[in-house]
Structures are given as C-alpha cells and as structure tokens.
Design a protein. Structure first.
Length: 251
C-alpha cells in the first residue's frame, strides 16, 4: 500500500479514536465520581478533562503513524540502494556483471545436470570495440556498450538473462533452449546490435556489429568447458568476417 493511501486511512482512524476516547472519558469523569460517592464535577470540567485526554491520545497515535511511514520509506530506499550498488551489477550497463552471470549460470547448469533441462548460452563480442576507443575515446565506447546492452535486452525473452562478461563482451543465458533455438535467438541479437546507435565525438552518430558464438549445455559440462566452446565459436565468427552467428558444432 502506498504512503498516500496509508496516510488518509490512519488520519480517519485517529479521528474516530479521538471522538470515542472523548465520549468515554466524559462519561467516566461525570458518572464514576457519583457512583463512588464523591462530588460530581461540573459539565465544563468533565468536557475539559475529556478533551485533554483525547488530544493526548491523538498526538501519541499521530507520532506512531508518522514514525511507521518514515521507517517504511527509509527501508525502501535502502533496498533500492542495495540493488543499484549490488556486487552482481555492472556499473555501466546496470545489468549483471561477470560475477552475477557466473552465479546464475552455475545455478541453471545444476538444474540441467539434475533434470535434463535444455540450456544454451551465447557470447556476444562487440566488433571493432578497440578502434572505437582509439578513434572516438572511452566515453563513446561506453555509449556504445550501453546502447548495445539495451538493444540486446529488448531482443531477448522474459526468462533469458543478459549481462556484461568483459569490456567488449556480453553473455546471454538462454534457459529451456535447444542449440537450434539459441542460433535463431543469436541472429535476433545480431540484428539488434546492428540497430544500436550511439554518440561519437562532436555529435557523430555511430553504429556497430557483433560476432556471436552459441553453444548448448551438455551433461557433465563444467563452467570452463561451456564457456570455452562459446568463446571458440565467437572467435570463429570474428575470423570469418565478423557480424555473424556461429554455432559450436561440437556441442
């Protein structure tokens, strides 16, 4: 429930409490002394005492409500801070970094080993990244990575996981995906990278391409073996002219 909904609710609740306490306090101040044989206070005295009790209760409850809302907002901000500054998050693209990708990949590999689930990965190498750095500077290269990351994310399905593996490389983890399916997704990612536009020096709009290597998890694979096959396929794509998808046939 949002704070702007919580506040009116508790305000109404506090008002009702104040009215109720006022009525009870007035009745007590007027009739209890009479029942005990003590002198009965005047109506004005009873109203004054009851009003003081009701106002005091209202102040106490308002302080409690405000403290609860403050705690809720602070907790929410803290959680956002953890997400932004997570050790699993890449500082530039705000997606997963190598550590985050490794954790997720190991988790899915364990499921694949135990239950036989399909699992494929693709390594996406940005073509001519070093040339962009040399010619246009690191800021332009960073712009390229952000634009490419956004386009890649848009090209993937909901269960897929994308992250930055190295300076100029991304990894896409593709759960429940065969090698053939991963190859099709690889083509979609290649087209997505070609659509990405980023700023170079003096307002120059640049584009890039990617070489993509695809492989599938096999029972008994370790992390290094899986990544090595995908890297080999990516390097083959680069050696064959870049801007293409190569499937690791050894898989």
């Amino acid at each position: 429930m949002q704070p702007d909904v919580i506040r009116p609710f508790f305000t109404r609740f506090s008002t009702l409490n104040i009215i109720l306490v006022f009525c009870v306090a007035l009745a007590v101040s007027m009739f209890v002394p009479q029942m005990l044989g003590a002198s009965q206070p005047s109506l004005l005295q009873g109203i004054s005492q009851s009003a003081a009790i009701a106002v005091m209760l209202g102040i106490i409850q308002l302080l409690i409500v405000n403290r609860g809302e403050t705690t809720e907002e602070t907790g929410s901000s803290a959680l956002k801070g953890v997400a932004v500054n997570s050790i699993d998050t890449d500082g530039l693209t705000h997606g997963l970094n190598q550590r985050g990708l490794t954790v997720k990949l190991l988790e899915l590999m364990a499921l694949g080993e135990r239950y036989g689930n399909n699992l494929s990965i693709a390594i996406i190498g940005v073509d001519h990244y070093g040339e962009v750095v040399d010619k246009y500077g690191q800021e332009a290269a960073d712009n390229a990575l952000v634009a490419i990351s956004n386009e890649l994310a848009d090209s993937l399905r909901m269960p897929d996981v994308l992250g930055r593996w190295a300076d100029d490389q991304f990894i896409a983890i593709l759960p429940e995906t065969s090698l053939e399916g991963a190859s099709h997704i690889g083509e979609r990612m290649r087209e997505a990278v070609a659509r990405a536009q980023f700023d170079g020096k003096r307002g120059v709009v640049l584009t890039s391409t990617a070489s993509i290597g695809v492989t599938v998890f096999r029972a008994g694979d370790d992390l290094q073996g899986l990544l090595s096959r995908a890297t080999r396929a990516m390097n083959t794509a680069k050696s064959q002219g870049r801007d293409r998808v190569i499937t690791d046939l050894a898989a």
